[in-house]
Ligand binder design. Structure first.
Ligand code: ADP
Ligand code: MG
Ligand code: MG
Length: 485
């Protein structure tokens, strides 16, 4: 493996390989992946009820070099983000104003409006401040931002995920894969599985009924099941907590909430301590009104939600943008954190603004080449980039403008290469961009207003440089890890 001295230059990466070397490494990598649950279900539709095969997840043969200083910064920021989003989720007035159906995004975005209305309508008071506890399993995503000489100058946040933050357990295995292939001291530990399970176990303990179970709400036909199951096994093996998996369709039949105690039960027996959503983040998870009813039923129960509807709304891109307005961050953190800590967080942001006013739309047209427009959606494939922006704005109905934000494009260092492998194909050499995600959890919402939180590990996803988006699940990128330089 190449030396990782301070003279490291990104364009030297990855090491040159002969065809035979690459083939040998690819075999080592994919065999390790298949042996260590670094897996996906194959792309067969519909998924058979009992799958009988798996493929390795898309992989990078080499880890990506990443500046040690910026990795440390990303990890340090996580606690501040954990606390920030816990406070946003318990600030009803703020969420009403930004995401609500009366004056906020919910007025023009049906999905956001549905969630907000369900959250507000009595007795859906599950998430008000001073209400029951809530759990967040978060992932804050970043890209390196290059300086004038293509040097990795800073770290800029892409987005903050508050629902269904995936690839925790698979990222741990990808880090282990690269450690196996290239024994080196420059690989940071990555214990996301233990860390995320610890968050769920903390919620379970706070609920206070040991024999209760944790509910995983999942999508039918999910291919990324191993990433979820590995968390389930960890909960059972390390914490003696049982997990029930259910889709919204199954819950519509099986879930009941006791009218007196508000205990959530599945099939009239299993009491649920914590509801962990790996579904429900996208409108297609709610094909009918009754799917929303099921979500609201869970919300009304006394089980701890991960996330509550309020916390899901807090993860909206609109909130990310409003945080950049003067004084907003201080409102959430100012009384408990030194200014330097707040400034460090703010320095991780790109410029963002809303499109609700004509001036914002005008500015977006002018600067289109340097921008991405984002709606209030998760899961990849929803953004509008650069030259597509003016035409998109021409067609965007006036009323819908409020549902979108403009964000300056992060400019990652150029010249970094990688070998990317998908199941069934040879490794492909490509110019790449790597996105770092930092996982954290927060348990909050009790009457004291305190936030128990922790940073628990990381993820790297690497995509070809010319692809705008970077979702592994949507097929644009591969799982990767990092080598500190
Ligand atoms: P989603 O919630 O759908 O994942 P993201 O905000 O993460 O939405 O955007 C999807 C992808 O688009 C990111 O993974 C990243 O590759 C790219 N992207 C988003 N924002 C920016 C940005 N400001 N600069 C450069 N690329 C971006
Ligand atoms: Mg994303
Ligand atoms: Mg997201």
């Amino acid at each position: 493996m190449a030396s990782t001295s301070s003279r490291f230059t990104f364009s030297e990466w990855p090491p040159a390989l002969s065809e035979a070397q690459l083939e040998a490494l690819t075999l080592y990598a994919t065999t390790y992946a298949l042996s260590h649950s670094l897996l996906y279900l194959p792309a067969v539709k519909p998924q058979p009820p009992i799958p009988d095969s798996a493929i390795h997840a898309p992989l990078s043969v080499f880890p990506s070099p990443f500046p040690r200083r910026l990795f440390a910064l990303a990890r340090r920021l996580q606690s501040t983000y954990n606390i920030l989003y816990a406070r946003i989720a318990t600030n009803v007035e703020f969420l009403d104003k930004v995401m609500g159906s009366i004056e906020g995004v919910g007025k023009v975005d049906d999905f956001v409006g549905q969630l907000w209305t369900g959250w507000k309508s009595p007795p859906g008071r599950g998430s008000r401040s001073g209400g029951p506890l809530q759990l967040g399993l978060f992932r804050s995503d970043y890209l390196l931002h290059a300086g004038p000489n293509n040097e990795p100058l800073g770290l800029k946040q892409v987005e903050f995920n508050t629902i269904s933050s995936s690839f925790g357990t698979l990222s741990e295995r990808t880090a282990a894969l690269h450690r196996y292939l290239y024994a080196s001291t420059d690989f940071p530990q990555n214990d996301t599985t233990a860390g995320l399970a610890e968050g769920l176990a903390a919620a379970h303990a706070a609920y206070g009924v040991q024999e209760a179970k944790v509910l995983f709400v999942v999508q039918a036909g999910e291919r990324n099941v191993f990433d979820q199951r590995l968390l389930e096994y960890e909960l059972l093996e390390k914490h003696s907590i049982h997990v029930v998996r259910q889709t919204f369709d199954q819950l519509a039949v099986n879930a009941t909430v006791d009218s007196a105690t508000r205990a959530l039960r599945i099939s009239n027996d299993t009491e649920i301590s914590t509801v962990y959503f790996r579904a429900g983040y996208t409108p297609t998870d709610y094909p009918t009104v009754s799917h929303y009813s099921t979500r609201f039923l869970l919300e009304r129960s006394r089980a701890i939600k991960c996330p509550s509807i309020a916390l899901q709304l807090a993860g909206g891109k609109k909130v990310q943008q409003v945080l950049t307005q003067p004084g907003v961050l201080e409102r959430f953190l100012g009384n408990t954190m030194p200014a330097a800590q707040i400034d460090e967080l703010r320095a991780s942001w790109m410029g963002m603004w809303g499109l609700d006013e004509e001036a914002g739309v005008h500015k977006a047209r002018e600067a289109a080449e340097r921008l991405v427009l984002k709606p209030q959606r998760e899961g990849g494939g929803n953004n509008v980039y650069k030259e597509a922006i003016p035409e998109f704005l021409d067609a965007l109905p006036l009323l819908e403008r409020q549902a979108w934000i403009a964000m300056e494009l992060i400019v990652p260092p150029e010249g970094l290469g990688g070998y990317l492998v998908r199941a069934g194909s040879e490794a492909v050499k490509a110019d790449v961009v790597s996105e770092l995600g930092i996982f954290g959890w927060a348990l909050f919402g009790g009457p004291e207003g305190d936030v128990k939180e922790k940073e628990v590990g990381w993820l790297v996803r690497t995509k070809g440089k010319d692809s705008n988006e970077g979702g592994v699940a949507t097929g644009f990128s591969v799982l990767d890890s990092l080598l500190l330089v």
